[in-house]
Design a protein around this ligand. Structure first.
Ligand code: 3HC
Ligand code: NAI
Length: 706
């Protein structure tokens, strides 16, 4: 078995190298190896100092996340944590300077090991962070205690509650890192360590009190963070727990704080929130693996791109390419539309600059990568084209026919269609192997999801290239099958159907939205539609009627179409399911909706009655999971985890609840099936249990098969 931690000596400095690919996680054997290495260095008379460094592409990316699932109970968690805390104290108590050398990322337990060292040096591209809350836990190896002692309470609270990584430059400014090494990291770390040894300096972070000494400042930062989290946490518990552990150390000192951290960590690691978030972490990585598309599939290099259509989506997609440094041609059908599209892009970038997220130079650089076009000139040079014209089958088919002619033979031809049949575009292009769906979500430059829609003839190379490209574009790519609406929108139709029907039965628009935001959705179904545009769904329904289809089985509420006919498209027209004052996005309930709901209810012979919040949540969630089961059965989604990743990144489904399929599993599929049967008896035959749900419930199984 390869050695997880190596010990060598160079220039009188012991080098303890962690070598546990791919990310040097703290798997069993790694902490023990570091402990032994530091102890050996302390005893080695030929050694003046110690450098702790990672082999490969990164320092330690954290605890081994797989291990959390093996913690059977609280006592085991507490016992393990005590041992890790003691180990880190031994490192900190080493009489010789211990310098941590960081490249890649020092995350979670990785940063905690780094902070147990006396000093930290890093390359300019290194990142550090305490992302534990994103896994439903808190830093469990002293991070909530040592971090505030290095950077103060406000920054520690920020890092531990948001889970974001920060770069070496900020880490230096905050006091987390002591020195940036511009050249060779190991050589720089050795030189730094020897200088500290010569000066006889070791600095134990646990003894540093200066940055937390002002109790008033610390308490204010803690209270401000708690207040802000109340607005943003959407029901997640871990960020509050992280603050509690930090507060305990600020008030009671390092030892009391550490003891509290250990207890809180144990509660978190055994919680449903943590189980859901960890499942989602691995589901996201699993989504990058597509059965039948081998890992070693050769991919095409995407150096240049083109986008057809500079509307809402095309503009955002072009920004994604420019942000990734890929030059992109942006084609429109006329100059006015092109000018409008470019002006919107410029406005978006200027807004980012105004918020300090970009410098004016960065804005100019990305703008210079977007090349406006009114013809296909230059399309013969690009490696990929993304089509984002109106959602119209004939128009898109004609665009694909053009693209098949004007692009080079191996150019990938992607469509951003949200519903239509990729295979028809593939056929029109004459090059079906290169055709695929790249379904971005609105706003395309912000939302992280990219549904990669696999056509019947999409080649492995086209799929593998799309997956690789999604990462480069800073998106999460999930490969899905080709059907009306694919995974995200096909399931959403059932979510929306239930919301409409609940409205007709007696629930109100604000009530339904409040139930769903109370559950953790960023916005309720009606508020979401006011943002996306009621016209978009209405046009899709119009198209479906021409082919005798509907979006979701069951009664189709006329209310959204009435709003469309009234020109109430949502926020963009100042009214939709809500009213909006000029220039404001605050939804104001509108009595008109009640009138329309009454009218629709009367047409269907429904006597409107108050609807309980529980019924709203259950109906909407069960509808979503039941259609999810159909999507799985038809292999439109490869795994339940893929659906949950899609909902987390496409619609902001609360991650701590795992996703619609994990949520159904948590209810128990027997219970979900019982609900479907109850609704069928009460509400009609459109509530048909998905065969997969039936089968899994009978087997006592779950969507995840855990
Ligand atoms: N434990 C176990 N496996 C891990 C891991 C970890 N901490 N981090 C990454 N991996 C695995 C991934 O599952 C993936 O495996 P696969 O190839 O079999 O699918 C592989 O490493 C590569 O990961 P990515 O595909 O994510 O690689 P990237 O280069 O895109 O990203 C990364 C690297 C930024 C390190 C990212 O993997 C990451 O964010 N990892 C999690 C970091 C984290 O949350 N650390 C805190 C852990 S909790 C902790 O430390 C508790 C402590 O306080 C006690
Ligand atoms: P949009 O109406 O804002 O933009 C479409 C643009 O395409 C217009 O600017 C139009 O002038 C241009 N266009 C039409 N024919 C063209 C041609 N032959 N050559 C060049 N440009 C042409 O529409 P939007 O919302 O951007 O939608 C585009 C596509 O993205 C549709 O397929 C839609 O279903 C899909 N989509 C939309 C989402 C949304 O929330 N708006 C979300 C995800 C996908």
């Amino acid at each position: 078995m390869p050695e997880l931690v190596r010990y060598t000596v160079q220039d009188d400095v012991a080098i303890v190298t962690i070598d546990n690919p791919p990310v040097n996680a703290l798997s069993p054997g790694v902490p023990e190896g570091i402990d032994a290495g530091v102890a050996r260095a302390a005893a080695d008379r030929a050694v003046k100092a110690v450098v702790l460094i990672g082999a490969g592409s990164t320092f330690i990316a954290g605890a081994d996340i797989k291990v959390f699932g093996t913690i059977p109970n609280r006592d085991v968690s507490v016992d393990r944590s005590h041992r890790v805390h003691a180990l880190l104290r031994r490192i900190e108590d080493c009489p010789k300077p211990v310098v941590c050398a960081i490249h890649g990322t020092a995350l979670g337990g990785g940063l905690e090991f780094a902070m147990a060292c006396h000093y930290r040096v890093a390359v300019p591209g290194a990142k550090v962070g305490q992302p534990e809350v994103l896994l439903g836990i808190i830093p469990g190896a002293g991070g909530t205690q040592r971090l505030p002692r290095l950077c103060g309470v406000a920054t520690a609270v920020e890092l531990c509650t948001l889970g974001q990584h920060i770069g070496a430059k900020r880490a230096l400014a905050e006091g987390i890192v002591d020195h940036i090494v511009e050249g060779d990291l190991l050589a720089g770390a050795i030189a730094f360590a020897l200088a500290k040894a010569a000066a006889g300096e070791v600095r134990k972070v646990r003894e540093q009190e200066a940055k937390i000494a002002d109790y008033g400042v610390a308490a204010a930062a803690i209270e401000a963070a708690r207040a802000s989290l109340k607005k943003t946490a959407r029901g997640a518990h871990a960020p509050f727990a992280a603050i509690d552990a930090i507060a305990a150390g600020v008030q009671g000192g390092f030892d009391a704080g550490s003891a509290r951290e250990i207890e809180i960590f144990a509660d978190c690691v055994l919680s449903a929130e943590s189980r859901n978030l960890i499942r989602l972490f691995f589901a996201e990585r699993e989504a990058a693996k597509v059965p039948g598309v081998p890992k070693e599939t050769a991919t095409l290099e995407i150096r240049t791109a083109a986008v057809v259509g500079a509307g809402t989506m095309g503009g955002g997609i072009a920004m994604n390419y420019a942000n990734a440094g890929i030059p992109v041609l942006l084609k429109e059908s006329d100059q006015a539309a092109l000018d409008r599209g470019l002006a919107t892009i410029r406005k978006n970038y200027d807004n980012s600059a105004a918020k300090g997220k970009m410098t004016p130079e960065q804005v100019e650089r990305v703008m210079s990568l977007i090349h406006p076009a009114l013809t296909y000139e230059g399309f013969d040079q690009v490696d990929i084209v993304v089509e984002a014209v109106f959602e119209n089958l004939d128009l898109k088919k004609s665009v694909f026919a053009d693209l098949g002619r004007v692009t080079k033979p191996d150019c990938i031809l992607a469509s951003n269609t949200s519903t239509l049949d990729i295979d028809q575009f593939a056929h029109s292009s004459g090059r079906p192997a290169s055709v695929i769906g790249h379904h971005f979500f609105s706003p395309a430059n912000v939302m992280k999801l990219m549904e990669i829609v696999r056509g019947r003839e999409s080649s492995n190379q086209t799929i593998a290239t799309s997956l690789k490209l999604s990462k480069k574009l800073n998106k999460v790519g999930v490969v899905v099958g080709n059907c009306f609406g694919f995974v995200a929108n096909r399931m959403l139709a059932y979510y929306m159907r239930e919301a409409y029907l609940l409205l007709e039965e007696g629930a109100s628009v604000p009530q339904i939205d409040k139930v769903m935001t109370g559950f953790g959705m960023p916005v309720g179904p009606f508020g979401m539609q006011d943002i996306a545009g009621i016209d978009v769904g209405a046009r899709i329904r119009q198209y479906l009627r021409t082919i005798g289809a509907t979006r979701a089985e069951g009664p189709e509420s006329p209310v959204p179409d009435w709003l469309y006919e009234m020109g109430r498209y949502g926020q963009k027209t100042g009214a939709g399911w809500y009213r909006y004052e000029a220039g404001s996005r605050t939804p104001i309930p509108d009595p008109l909706i009640e009138e329309l709901a009454l009218k629709a209810a009367a047409e269907r012979g429904i006597d409107r009655q108050p609807v309980a919040d529980d019924e709203i949540l259950s109906r909407i969630m069960v509808a979503l999971a039941n259609e999810g089961a159909n999507v799985l059965e038809e292999h439109i989604a490869i795994r339940a985890g893929d659906i949950d990743v899609i909902y987390a990144y496409g619609f902001g489904y609360p991650r701590h609840r795992g996703g619609p399929m994990a949520y159904a599993d948590s209810l128990g599929l027997t219970q979900v099936l019982a609900k479907v049967s109850e609704y069928r008896a009460r509400l009609g035959d459109h509530w048909r249990p998905a065969p997969l749900l039936d089968r899994l419930a009978a087997e006592g199984n779950s969507f995840y098969g855990e």
